[in-house]
Ligand binder design. Structure first.
Ligand code: UDP
Length: 495
């Protein structure tokens, strides 16, 4: 939809800590541009090629003015290696505070740019709205200085955000004495949601590598922003968007699933050689016969746990695509085991970047074993794909409850303890040998049997997943809820 030049100008600054934030925020930029708004996406040099590749994808609908700007990230000034512009590139958990210090300086550079760079002047318009990633707490000052609304994008779903809001306000976790004890989070009236204290998001952990000060700033940013942009759709999370708006008093704008606005067959990440290899492998398999296994953009497990999972995948009844991150930093004996254990016709191990959206849309894939990151969760929903849930950390245990108990499209592997990650306390990769294995090979096999079950239970999950896929597509179509939410957001800035 083309609009006149006086239409609003959105400045989007994705949180550059993880690729999983950059992907949906770039796609939100593309969606806004499709609705006729001008968009500037500001990122760091190391992340700019990813943003640019998604913006330049000409096979997607026509777009208005969209500019990608790379502003240097002062990694070296903060004591980080040059080019260390994402959390997965850090050397150790000790680098986390340095990364957040560099991010503050990055914020100052973004503000200088927005105050009146030549590029902004060339666009002949001042920003009308700032949309910032969840850790860019400096963006509030920028919005206030420019006199425009500031929205936050967390990368979480509305249900998880609603639970987090409940936890901040009512603090039920403080009445629980042990990490294994269940915390009741009655955020949605019709559903019971209980997770153990150790499964809560890091906001409520006794300590994180980010430090209390940064956590506090992020919360203050959340409380002060004018609105929340969510990659979800109003019909999905049983009223969570409206309840979140009520609980926070903010404009909550669900604009997703953003992965759906481009055809999965032109997923920019599906164009590399490695990705083509996966797609060609899938072409040789029967419909709905393959299990796709992935733990997100950076999810790693301890080697002993990886091996239990691997043994289950090698011996289960279905062909498998398994995306493994951090394989290079595994001990040598595990690397050797990887090389020797898999028949590539039965289990295709992908060590690099998999074209996930294209894989989920492939007719051969019948189930997805996921870590329940919100991006993956929504991509599975958009593809009508039943899932097996293996949450690792962050808000993923809350997403598991939504998937299994509320939406009825998943079976739980039964993980009880979070896996350590860089933001909690553990090492950066899965190379810790001293961590106990929680999920044995048999448990994985049983879960996969349920996931791929051809009986009534499996059929019911598949039917529900297909219904959600239909609703997801409708939300983005002209007149659909996400389409209208984007229109309303743009209109609110015009008036
Ligand atoms: N992803 C991908 N290929 C990979 C790994 C991840 O395309 O090999 C994408 C995936 O499609 C999703 C994002 O990376 O868009 C992962 O986001 P999510 O919120 O699920 O997990 P996170 O990476 O934050 O743990």
């Amino acid at each position: 939809m083309e609009r006149a030049a006086a239409e609003p100008h959105f400045v989007l600054v994705p949180w550059q800590g993880t690729i999983s934030h950059i992907i949906p925020m770039t796609d939100i930029g593309r969606l806004l541009a499709c609705h006729g708004a001008a968009v500037t996406i500001i990122t760091t040099p190391a992340n700019a090629p990813l943003v640019q590749s998604r913006v330049e994808d000409l096979a997607t609908p026509p777009h208005g003015a969209i500019t990608v700007t790379a502003i240097p990230f002062p990694a070296a000034e903060a004591g980080l290696p040059d080019g260390c512009e994402r959390l997965d590139l850090l050397r150790s958990p000790g680098d986390v505070p340095r990364f957040f210090a560099a991010n503050k300086q990055f914020g100052e550079a973004v503000a200088r740019y927005c105050r009146g760079s030549e590029a902004m002047l060339r666009l002949r318009r001042r920003p009308s709205c700032v949309v910032a990633g969840m850790c860019h707490s400096w963006a509030l000052g920028l919005g206030r200085e420019l006199g425009v609304p500031c929205y936050v994008f967390h990368g979480f779903g509305a249900f998880a955000l609603l639970c987090i809001e409940y936890l901040y306000k009512h603090r039920p976790h403080e009445a629980v004495s042990s990490a294994d004890e269940l915390v009741n989070i009655p955020a949605l009236p019709a559903f019971e949601c209980r997770v153990s204290r150790s499964q809560l998001p890091p906001h409520f952990a006794p300590s994180t590598t980010m430090g209390c000060g940064t956590m506090q700033e992020i919360r203050e940013f959340d409380v002060a922003v004018d609105g929340v942009v969510v990659n979800s759709f109003d019909e999905l999370e049983h009223g969570s968007c409206a309840l979140l708006a009520e609980a926070t008093g903010k404009n909550v704008v669900a604009v997703g699933p953003v992965s759906l606005f481009r055809s999965p067959h032109v997923d920019p990440q599906a164009m590399t050689g490695d990705a083509r290899r996966v797609m060609e492998w899938l072409d040789t398999k029967e419909s709905k016969s393959v299990v796709y296994v992935s733990f997100g953009s950076a999810g790693c497990m301890p080697p002993a746990q990886v091996m239990q999972l691997g043994m289950a995948l090698a011996s289960c009844r279905w062909p498998v695509v398994w995306v493994v991150k951090g394989a290079d930093s595994m001990p040598d004996d595990v690397k050797k085991w990887f090389r020797e254990s898999f028949d590539s016709n039965k289990c295709l191990v992908v060590r690099g970047w998999a074209p996930q959206v294209a894989i989920l849309a492939h007719r051969a894939v019948g189930g997805f074993l996921t870590h329940c990151g919100w991006g993956s969760t929504l991509e599975a929903i958009a593809a009508g794909m039943p899932v097996a849930t293996w949450p690792l950390f962050a808000e993923q245990f809350l997403n598991e409850r939504l998937i299994v108990d509320v939406l009825g499209v998943g079976v739980s592997v039964g993980v009880t303890k979070p896996t350590e990650n860089v933001l909690s306390a553990g090492k950066l990769n899965g190379s810790r040998a001293d961590i106990e294995v929680e999920v044995g090979m048999e448990q994985v096999m049983k879960t996969l049997e349920r996931l791929m079950d051809e009986g009534d239970e499996g059929e019911q999950r598949r039917r529900k997943a297909q219904e959600l896929k239909t609703k997801a597509n409708r939300a983005l179509e002209k007149g659909g809820s996400s389409y209208m939410n984007l229109e309303k957001l743009i209109q609110s800035l015009v008036s």
